[in-house]
Design a protein around this ligand. Sequence first.
Ligand SMILES: *[C@@H]1O[C@H](CO)[C@@H](O)[C@H](O)[C@H]1NC(C)=O
Ligand SMILES: *[C@@H]1O[C@H](CO)[C@@H](O)[C@H](O)[C@H]1NC(C)=O
Ligand SMILES: *[C@@H]1O[C@H](CO)[C@@H](O)[C@H](O)[C@H]1NC(C)=O
Length: 485
Amino acid sequence: MGSLSKASVVLLSLVSLISLALLANGIGANWGTQCSHRLPPEVVVRMLRANGIQKVKLFDAEYDTLKALGKSGIEVMVGIPNDMLSTIAGSMKAADRWVSQNVSTHLNNNNVNIRYVAVGNEPFLATYNGTFLKTTFPALQNIQAALIKAGVANQVKVTVPLNADVYGSSNSLPSGGDFRADIHDYVIQIVKLLSENGAPFTINIYPFISLYIDSNFPVEYAFFDGNSSPLNDGGTSYYNMFDANHDTLVWALQKNGFANLPIIVGEIGWPTDGDRNANIDYARRFNQGFMTHIAGGKGTPMRPGPIDAYLFSLIDEDAKSIQPGAFERHWGVFYFDGTPKYNLNLGTTNSGLVPATGVQKLEQKWCIFKPNAKLDDPQVAPTVSYACALGDCTSLGYGSSCGNLDAQGNISYAYNNYYQINNQHDSACKFSGLATVTRSDPSTGTCRFNIQIQPYYGGAAKRLISIQKGLCLILCVFIVLWTNQ
Ligand SMILES: *[C@@H]1O[C@H](CO)[C@@H](O)[C@H](O)[C@H]1NC(C)=O
Ligand SMILES: *[C@@H]1O[C@H](CO)[C@@H](O)[C@H](O)[C@H]1NC(C)=O
Ligand SMILES: *[C@@H]1O[C@H](CO)[C@@H](O)[C@H](O)[C@H]1NC(C)=O
């Protein structure tokens, strides 16, 4: 080996050491629980640790979830759902109670590493018609005051995860960035409070949504390795939408006197199903591109340095509203059962994603359309609508993973989904006599006919069962003693 290549080996090792150091801030993940069958929190926490995921963002402050995160060291952002904002905005007592029950208890008794409280979730989204415009700031103010009162304000910071359309650009360039005129004052109120309390601005950035709502959006620009022509902003080149969007926010903050406010990317990701642009290849390309993009620690043109980000999302949620689109139930880098969807290197393990362990699935059986049933049976349409209304048929649409099934396949898919969601109960595979249970997997190609996991009854229910078991034990011993007399 020549001395030059030795030098380059040393240099390379140095570079990888530096990138490891820069990764110290790690990658986070959003952990939502709008599922028909959620994985037990202990299983998820084990999976997070096995994958080196150091931070999670929650959408509420569910007790079992937080309890399971105790002693894990994982940094936690707890969330206040939008429907609680007006109560907390209107009552300091309610804010104190929320902080006491959902922050202090877990910090003090359960060893949960809570770092942030997300006050609301995208409360300024246009679809809410301004419902939360007037309550978000007072709720934020009250929670901040409650954190100070509880003596935890140094460790726990407030923030408000906002959608990226709270800002825009007058000239389509990052440097033209400012907050939207109609909500400008509301956003500035929030920004000012965050700045005064050393708290971060949290923004959700979605190139996928841009592509979804605008078919003329340049696909390549959504990715980090795309070959779209760069955007030139006064001599600075932007090669991907993430950087440009992020820096539009930086400019907006700067323009309003908050150039140094820290930014957290609260949600970033790509769905794998439910739309023609939602597939495994694009999702892997986007998420891996993002990981590589931030691993270097070079940041964006306007904000060089490490980027603090939370992938959206950890696990699929089959009970999410599909009002925004069928893709909503397919954001996970893991399927609902903790199986990785694709090979994604987070830079935290030697391999790709590590699957969840200790997951209990239901039996290997499926509900399908009877092979001899008639397609023109008048009960077909109503039974399929019923199954899809209560189950999840978002993989059946055009361009989705099960978009190529024939008519029988479609019906079977719907029946099976409903059957699994109902824990393979016999009565959930009737459909007016058109359905039957099979032991052979009907999955084909990209289309997976799922087997659900065992239902999770939560800590409270488990405690009840163990009390019942205890009672039974006492009673049984008593009966045995009594009958032996
Ligand atoms: C704590 O959070 C949970 C879950 O989000 C919520 O149901 C509960 O009402 C909160 N507690 C208080 C006192 O607000
Ligand atoms: C928002 O306003 C539109 C038009 O006025 C209405 O159709 C829609 O139902 C409203 N949505 C909500 C969430 O209030
Ligand atoms: C299968 O279902 C999807 C979604 O409901 C529908 O668009 C498609 O036309 C169906 N295919 C067949 C062959 O019936």
